[in-house]
Design a protein around this ligand. Structure first.
Ligand code: NI
Length: 250
């Protein structure tokens, strides 16, 4: 159930049954020599939308540009400043809260989003705390990284071990291939497994990780693995979402 394919009377009817909404979030940034620019948004959206199907939960439009300043050394990468992203998250949540949505479940595909989203949630809660009691509807926000669910991590470890890395990983590349089989592509990687390490800004990142990967070998990806990872993420998050909504309702 996708919000943008509903009419307003249908949303009004949904709100009588549930006040929860899933919001897929990602990033638009380089993912190594073979990974799609949209990898993180594609993954968040694919998992979020399937989660909406299996749990009967409405799914909001994907927030597809995230906080990815460190990737700007590579063509095609886009970023919002942390302060901009915080404002975007607040306005998205407040728009929906006005109609009665209370539980916001963000399915995330990008590590750089975690800190700004956490700050946005604190801003939203602060506004509730500072308002006169009863003047603002109670809201709850939760963010989950699809790639960190227990079942997903077990599969990544089994299939890729130390070649999983932390950026342009075979797991995330595999998931994009399961969604878009026409995206499959491989290239010679040098070194086969990319270096690991830290970074600050875009120039520092490009210096340390010349082809964009961190610690990974995306050539190990396959469509079959992507489908397994997709199903595993949805299974894990479905349990988590049910617990979150129940907690919220109680
Ligand atoms: Ni990614």
């Amino acid at each position: 159930m996708l919000l943008h394919l509903q009419t307003w009377p249908e949303v009004e009817t949904y709100l009588k049954r549930s006040t929860a909404i899933i919001v897929p979030i990602g990033s638009t940034e380089q993912h190594g020599p073979t990974g799609l620019i949209g990898t993180d948004a594609i993954c968040g959206e694919a998992v979020g939308r399937k989660l909406g199907e299996v749990t009967g939960t409405l799914v909001a439009p994907t927030i597809a540009v995230g906080m990815a300043q460190h990737h700007l050394g590579f063509p095609g990468s886009m970023t919002l400043r942390p302060s901009t992203l915080i404002a975007v998250v607040k306005d998205n949540v407040e728009s929906l809260a006005r109609h009665g949505f209370t539980h916001f479940y963000f399915v995330n595909g990008h590590g750089g989003n975690v800190a700004p989203f956490s700050a946005a949630f604190s801003e939203l809660y602060a506004e509730s705390s500072l308002a006169r009691p009863g003047n603002r509807p109670p809201i709850r926000c939760k963010l989950r990284n699809w790639y960190e669910s227990a079942k997903v991590k077990a599969i990544s470890r089994e299939l890729y071990g130390d070649s999983e890395g932390s950026h342009a990983t075979p797991s995330e590349v595999a998931l994009t291939w399961a969604v878009y089989p026409q995206a499959v592509r491989k290239a010679k990687m040098e070194p086969e497994v990319a270096p690991r390490g830290e970074f600050t800004d875009a120039a520092d990142y490009r210096r340390n990780f010349p082809d964009g990967r961190i610690g990974s070998n995306p050539n190990l990806a396959s469509i079959e693995a992507g489908q397994r990872l997709w199903d595993a993420a949805v299974a894990d998050l479905a349990e988590d979402l049910k617990a979150f909504v129940k907690l919220a309702a109680g």
